[in-house]
Design a protein around this ligand. Structure first.
Ligand code: CA
Length: 377
């Protein structure tokens, strides 16, 4: 079996109702998918986190090192691509592009051996996983507090028992939204806050102390991710568990964060941290260090499926009867192609998501939807 060609698909849908995180405005939903085609007809799918055009260009550049190779040589291919791009590519687009390629290779391997990826990784610790709803962005042109309260209440009534909302717009305004949401959903629903590094350390400490009585499960990306010492400082100076990791790529970045004891919860994204190959090493490092892993997920059904394959294999921690499960981050904000590109969508049932057990990623791509949302390069 040899790799015959590597294709990229950029999906895009312009939003009628744009929304904001702390530093960006979403006028569209977009994604970069990787399709690797083998000479025997097997096809693997992957997805790259982050900016679509640079990801697609980098995947296409890397494809020159892929065509003609045995797709089952996943580790040698990973190392070869990383070595060739290392000098300028230890983090960022080179790693997100490599992640999409790596996921597609694992999809091919699973299909070749007719088993789900989690079997290739050594077997699943679980057949399903609880999910939390991600949403609560700042909508443009609407009252933020009421819109976020309504949105989160909708997630709870659809069965979720955990939700994450966006903050980082200003301490006073954010606190009003957090207080309002907690009041609306009651004490039993897990609530997380994500600042997308919209604060400095003084603001982050102020906000954390104010919202601590409102039962916040974690405080995500309070400050910019480059400054690991500041993260450690922040952890020591406020009461909430601190989470981050979606912008750290490769095991070396996670090694630095782990050694700095920068966070309580690590959030590697399989579509950004280096794919399944690298993420399993990051998971192992986190386990050794005793740091909880709750993966970051942001993308289409391909990203969700790849994350579910990883979630199946995360070791139960701590060892006890009925150990705590990891959680799937399940973006619920409007994205018409997220599930449409799958022949069989990945649903949640009362906030629980079944881990796909078909070959590879366990999904099949619905070509008409892929074509409908693809843009020409
Ligand atoms: Ca986040």
């Amino acid at each position: 079996m040899k790799i015959r060609k590597v294709l990229t698909h950029i999906l895009r849908h312009n939003l009628e109702h744009p929304f904001q995180s702390a530093f960006s405005t979403f006028h569209d939903r977009s994604a970069c998918l990787v399709e690797i085609v083998c000479d025997n007809g097997l096809i693997g799918w992957g997805e790259c986190l982050g900016p679509t055009l640079p990801n697609a260009a980098t995947v296409q550049t890397m494809s020159g090192l892929l065509v003609g190779r045995n797709p089952l040589d996943i580790e040698p291919i990973w190392l070869n691509l990383y070595d060739q791009f290392r000098d300028q590519g230890q983090r960022g687009v080179s790693m997100t592009a490599l992640s999409g390629i790596d996921i597609a290779l694992w999809d091919i391997a699973g299909k070749y051996f007719d088993v789900p990826i989690h079997v290739l990784l050594g077997g699943a610790h679980r057949t399903d996983v609880p999910a939390y709803a991600t949403g609560g962005f700042r909508p443009i042109g609407k009252d933020r507090k009421n819109a976020v309260i309504d949105e989160v209440a909708g997630y709870i009534s659809s069965g979720f028992s955990a939700a994450k909302i966006k903050i980082g717009f200003g301490v006073a305004e954010d606190c009003e939204v957090i207080f309002g949401v907690r009041e609306a959903i009651g004490p039993d629903v897990a609530l997380m806050i994500d600042a997308n590094h919209g604060f400095d350390i003084i603001e982050a400490i102020d906000l954390a102390k104010r919202v601590e009585p409102y039962g916040i499960s974690w405080f995500e990306e309070p400050i910019v991710p480059e400054n690991l010492e500041a993260y450690r400082d922040l952890r020591m100076r406020q009461p909430l568990p601190v989470a981050a990791g979606e912008t750290w790529h490769g095991r070396h970045a996670f090694d630095q964060a782990i050694k700095a004891r920068a966070v309580d919860i690590l959030q590697p994204d399989v579509c950004g941290c280096g794919g399944i190959t690298e993420m399993r090493k990051i998971v192992s490092m986190s386990e050794t260090a005793g740091i909880r892993v709750i993966p970051h997920v942001w993308g289409t059904g391909v990203a969700i499926a790849a994350s579910l394959q990883m979630l199946a294999t995360l070791p139960p921690q701590p060892p006890r009867h009925g150990p705590r499960d990891p959680m799937l981050e399940f973006d619920q904000t409007f994205n018409p192609f997220r599930q449409a590109i799958l022949e069989v969508p990945i649903p949640h049932d009362n906030g629980i998501v079944k881990i796909p057990d078909g070959p590879g990623l366990g999904i099949r791509i619905h070509r008409p939807a892929l074509d409908q949302y693809s843009i020409d390069l």
